[in-house]
Design a protein around this ligand. Structure first.
Ligand SMILES: Nc1ncnc2c1ncn2[C@@H]1O[C@H](COP(=O)(O)OP(=O)(O)O)[C@@H](O)[C@H]1O
Ligand SMILES: [Mg+2]
Length: 333
């Protein structure tokens, strides 16, 4: 039985449709990432599960029990927010223990669980500090600890790493991945960051305009995107989408997709003029104009192309994606 089930859930704010018949399940011990651009309905999804808003239609169940009208405090969930939401006047110790205290947990048990949680997160030294005396990364560890200590059936994370600098984001992302494995916690994790989604998720659900576009493992959605939105949302630089004939592919499809890493330098390939060079250190990407179209190509970092030079490439047809006029994937028959 899935730990969390979202079935045909819709949410309207007056005439704004924030969620449109959304269905998904999070299995016991699974980390499902909900990823999509700003405004696609990610936070709304979490707010409905937490009971901060009523839903317009559909059902939400935790552990097989429908919770549509269960008061928020009786839902077995804990939420971690982007802005940490710590109590500024309380110490870390008090912040961690507060939820248990509200549930009338005996003081001795609270003390034990605070120690265990702090130790699991490596924040034992911070217990007597107040949030104002912590760095962003430390605050976020405390926020995670405050959720962990409750041992909820389901954890909800709303863009928890977005306020951190790039390096710390990667560190905390790896810590969260390890914590998830160690605790076998059931987690619904929301982010707009496709790299975070691909690296953290057991499965990922890609969302746009209040609708789920595709759910699958990171490999499935990256390698077999259901439509051009998913294809171009995941991966950086983004997948090239052009009419098939541009790639010398004969196909009924309206659009052909090829990722920069699947275009190879080939002296007999199609010719373009280099218009931009992006060297990231580990990789080098060239963008060129091929007739009326633009393609981005990954090339060896040792390559010496200059802007204005001619480049010839051909697609690795094993990795070609075909889409119809509406943008839906065409599966080769
Ligand atoms: N309280 C509200 N009143 C009206 N519209 C809202 C409210 N909350 C969210 N929305 C709208 O619902 C849509 C989804 O918002 P949200 O779930 O916050 O997106 P995300 O978290 O993916 O950025 C957006 O169009 C947003 O403007
Ligand atoms: Mg949001």
């Amino acid at each position: 039985m899935p730990q969390l089930q979202f079935h045909q859930v819709s949410k309207k704010y007056d005439d704004v449709v924030a969620l449109d018949h959304v269905s998904f399940e999070v299995n016991d011990g699974e980390l499902l990432v909900l990823v999509g651009p700003s405004g696609c309905g990610k936070s709304t999804t979490l707010r409905l599960i937490a009971g901060l808003e009523p839903l317009t239609a559909g059902t939400i169940s935790i552990d097989g029990t429908q919770i549509n009208t269960t008061p928020p405090k009786d839902r077995d969930i804990a939420m971690v927010f982007q802005n940490y939401a710590l109590y500024p006047h309380m110490t870390v110790r008090q912040n961690l223990g507060f939820g248990l205290k509200m549930r009338k947990t005996p003081a001795a048990e609270i003390a034990t669980r605070v120690t265990e949680t702090a130790s699991a997160l490596g924040i034992e030294d911070l217990l007597d500090r107040k949030p104002g005396q912590l760095s962003g990364g430390q605050k976020q560890r405390v926020a995670v600890g405050r959720a962990m200590i409750r041992q909820p059936a389901v954890f909800l994370f709303d863009e928890p790493l977005s306020n951190l600098d790039a390096k710390l984001r990667v560190t905390l992302r790896d810590e969260l991945a390890q914590l998830h494995k160690r605790l076998a916690a059931t987690i619904l994790y929301v982010t707009h960051d496709q790299v975070e989604a691909l690296t953290l998720g057991d499965r990922i659900a890609v969302m746009k305009d209040g609708k789920i576009q595709q759910i699958g493992t990171p490999q499935e959605v990256y390698n077999q995107p259901a439509n051009t939105f998913v294809a171009t949302f995941l991966g950086s630089p983004t997948m090239n989408i052009v009419p098939p004939d541009v790639l010398r592919v004969s196909s009924e499809a309206t659009q052909a997709g090829i990722r920069p890493e699947h275009l190879q330098l080939d002296e007999h390939g199609i010719a373009g003029i280099v218009t931009a060079i992006q060297n990231t250190g580990a990789d080098c990407f060239l963008t060129g104009t091929f007739g009326e179209h633009s393609l981005t190509v990954r090339v060896p970092t040792t390559s010496t192309y200059q802007i204005g030079e001619t480049i010839r490439v051909s697609p690795d047809t094993q990795h070609l994606h075909l889409f119809d006029k509406s943008g839906a994937r065409i599966t080769p028959s």
